[in-house]
Design a protein. Structure first.
Length: 130
C-alpha cells in the first residue's frame, strides 16, 4: 500500500498512543486500588487474623500502593509528545493537500519522510536506525 496520505497513518498512530496511555493509567490505578483493598481487608479483619497474617496482608497491600512510585509518568509524557507531533504533521499535510507547486510537492515529501521517521522511532525506538 503506497504511503500517499499520511493522515490515515498519523490518525491511527495517535489513536494507538492514546490507547496505550489509557491502559497505562488504568493499570496504575488498578494496582493502587488492589493494594488499598488488601490494606482495608487487613484492617477490618485485624482482630480475627493472627499476628503474622495481619502483618503479611499489610505488607502486601503496602507494596501494591507503594508501586505507584514506580509508575512511569515519563512514558505517558513521551506518548503525549508523539501524539502532538503526529497531529502537527497531519495538519501540515492537510494544509498542503490541495496546493500544487514544486515547492508544495517537496514539502509534502518532507512531511511524508517525517511521518516515516515518527513511525520508525515509535516501532524501533530512538536507536533503531537502519
Amino acid at each position: 500500500m503506497p504511503f500517499e496520505s499520511p493522515e490515515l497513518y498519523l490518525g491511527r498512530f495517535a489513536d494507538d498512543q492514546r490507547r496505550a496511555i489509557r491502559l497505562h493509567v488504568i493499570f496504575g490505578i488498578g494496582t493502587v486500588v488492589l493494594g488499598a483493598m488488601i490494606v482495608i481487608i487487613a484492617l477490618v479483619f485485624s482482630g480475627s487474623l493472627l499476628g503474622e497474617g495481619y502483618k503479611t496482608l499489610l505488607s502486601v497491600g503496602g507494596t501494591f500502593v507503594g508501586s505507584l512510585s514506580g509508575f512511569q509518568l515519563n512514558e505517558i509524557n513521551k506518548r503525549r509528545e508523539k501524539i502532538s507531533a503526529a497531529e502537527t504533521l497531519s495538519i501540515s499535510f492537510h494544509d498542503l493537500k490541495d496546493k500544487t507547486g514544486p515547492s508544495d510537492e517537496a514539502e509534502r515529501e518532507k512531511i511524508k519522510s517525517l511521518c516515516w521517521e515518527l513511525i520508525r522511532t515509535a516501532v524501533l525506538g530512538s536507536k533503531g536506525h537502519e
